[in-house]
Design a binder for this molecule. Structure first.
Ligand SMILES: Cc1cc2nc3c(=O)[nH]c(=O)nc-3n(C[C@H](O)[C@H](O)[C@H](O)COP(=O)(O)OP(=O)(O)OC[C@H]3O[C@@H](n4cnc5c(N)ncnc54)[C@H](O)[C@@H]3O)c2cc1C
Length: 429
């Protein structure tokens, strides 16, 4: 008798959701997670008394799978205000004003970028439905798409900073589809894209949402158990952990990040197209940095293309006059959050007049169980890899937000993928 009906590898939102569904269907899941915690690229933690999310944190009611789970768990959300002051850089020149004024500039570039979004992505949950229009756009990087647009220097600089915050990686590597997808899924406007990506948080963090999904059914779970190999056998699978233990099951769901799939040996080998996709990986390699600063009390939103944290905004203000800024940048290697001098020097180049008193970030790129942040696919992903990566190979099913149809790269996509993978696995039992 196998150890489980379905072994689920990876305990992020995708794997936890899949395991719950298997258990609710009356089958025996076994969830195997490399880290000593569940949650993967979401991680609610305490930082000097402030609850922070090192990874995913923002949610929105346009994210149907996430919102359904929030309702199910009965969790509360909080909405943050638009920052009072905005600044944006064109070369070495800094302009200041309001967020609305800045966004009026941003919109001119953004709307040009997404001009044919309806043809490219007519159904946001079927990313291939756009046919030739989709394939044309899918062939381009974000940088290549911006180069085709008729913009002045200010519009271009502001658009590049916006796009870097979405891509969380170099614009020369991120596929242009990423921008179109966020735009259409958010409700087809820049304002809604910003809202969906950065205004609504869970009051007690993502941890309780994940916990509610995990607690909804009885699932045997093994933490601190990295998987090294998955072998398909007659009528089942054999999963070998890094310590050499063999776990048998009738099917396997492999819900690990795309950029870590290469560390698992599959027998027989996955299809050549899947191996090609895994070899390329996805392009995100950015940083999410928390910086506690002292300075004027007004809430701030500052953007600067090419800066180590070129999308920087106030998240919390405190009675002692300090505030915490959250910054996003395209290259985690460009800033070391533990080097406060380097953080201050970079801060001076985007938001002069503030003193950094503390900073923190998790290096998701160096993290062997992530190797990247939220999924930003390279050009050609949808044309060549998306459908094949989602196709089960016998009893081995790949899953995770990185492979989702809709909100790939978000918590919502992870839950969507977990539901789909569980259905495929149950079909195979
Ligand atoms: C900095 C950052 C900011 C983000 N911001 C947002 C946001 O605001 N809103 C939003 O919705 N999304 C956001 N995201 C994206 C979101 O967090 C992810 O898309 C989602 O959590 C991924 O879930 P998953 O289950 O697919 O993968 P993961 O959460 O990565 O889970 C995969 C699991 O597999 C495990 N694993 C890996 N290798 C092995 C192995 N060999 N054996 C066993 N286990 C293994 C990992 O430890 C991990 O727990 C952000 C992500 C990051 C990093």
């Amino acid at each position: 008798m196998p150890d489980a009906d379905v072994v689920v590898i990876g305990g992020g939102f995708a794997g936890v959701t899949a395991a719950r569904e298997i258990a609710l269907a009356g089958r025996r899941p076994l969830l195997v997670e490399a880290r000593d915690r569940l949650g993967g690229r979401t991680w609610t933690a305490d930082w000097n008394g402030q609850q922070i999310e090192y990874g995913g944190g923002w949610v929105h009611w346009h994210q149907p799978h996430t919102w359904s789970e929030i309702t199910r768990a009965g969790l509360a959300v909080e909405l943050s205000d638009v920052e009072r002051e905005a600044s944006w850089w064109v070369g070495d020149r800094r302009a200041t004003g309001t967020a609305a004024g800045r966004d009026a500039i941003a919109e001119r570039g953004w709307n040009a970028f997404v001009a044919d979004a309806d043809a490219v992505l007519p159904n946001p949950y079927d990313p291939l439905a756009g046919g030739a229009a989709m394939r044309r756009l899918d062939a381009m990087t974000v940088a290549e798409r911006i180069a085709t647009l008729d913009l002045d220097d200010t519009e271009r600089a502001v658009l590049m900073a916006e796009c870097e915050s979405v891509a969380h990686g170099p614009l020369e590597e991120a596929g242009a589809m990423a921008i179109i997808r966020w735009h259409v899924l958010s409700g087809s406007s820049l304002a809604l894209t910003q809202y969906a990506g950065g205004r609504v948080t869970l009051r007690d963090g993502t941890g309780p949402l994940l916990g509610a999904i995990a607690a909804a059914a009885t699932v045997e779970t093994r933490l601190a158990t990295p998987v090294a190999a998955v072998a398909a056998e007659v009528g089942g699978v054999a999963v070998t952990t890094a310590s050499g233990e063999v776990i048998t099951a009738r099917a396997a769901i492999v819900a690990v990040p795309l950029n870590t799939l290469g560390a698992i040996a599959f027998t027989p080998a996955l299809s050549p197209v899947k191996r090609d996709a895994i070899g390329r990986g996805q392009a995100s390699r950015g940083v999410k940095i928390f910086i506690r600063v002292r300075g004027r009390g007004e809430t701030q939103n500052a953007i600067r293309a090419g800066h180590p944290f070129g999308y920087l905004a106030t998240e919390w203000t405190y009675d002692d006059g300090t505030q915490t800024l959250i910054g996003f940048g395209p290259d985690a290697a460009a800033i070391d959050a533990t080097d406060l001098g380097a953080v201050q020097a970079a801060l001076d180049r985007i938001l002069p007049g503030y003193t950094a008193v503390d900073a923190i970030a998790h290096d998701w790129l160096a993290d062997p169980y992530a190797r990247g942040t939220w999924a930003i696919h390279r050009p050609g992903w949808y044309t060549h890899f998306h459908a094949e990566m989602r196709r089960p190979e016998g009893r081995v099913i790949l899953a995770g937000s990185d492979l989702a149809n809709g909100w790939a790269g978000f918590i919502d996509g992870a839950i969507e993928s977990g539901l789909t993978a569980a259905r495929h696995a149950l079909d195979r039992l």
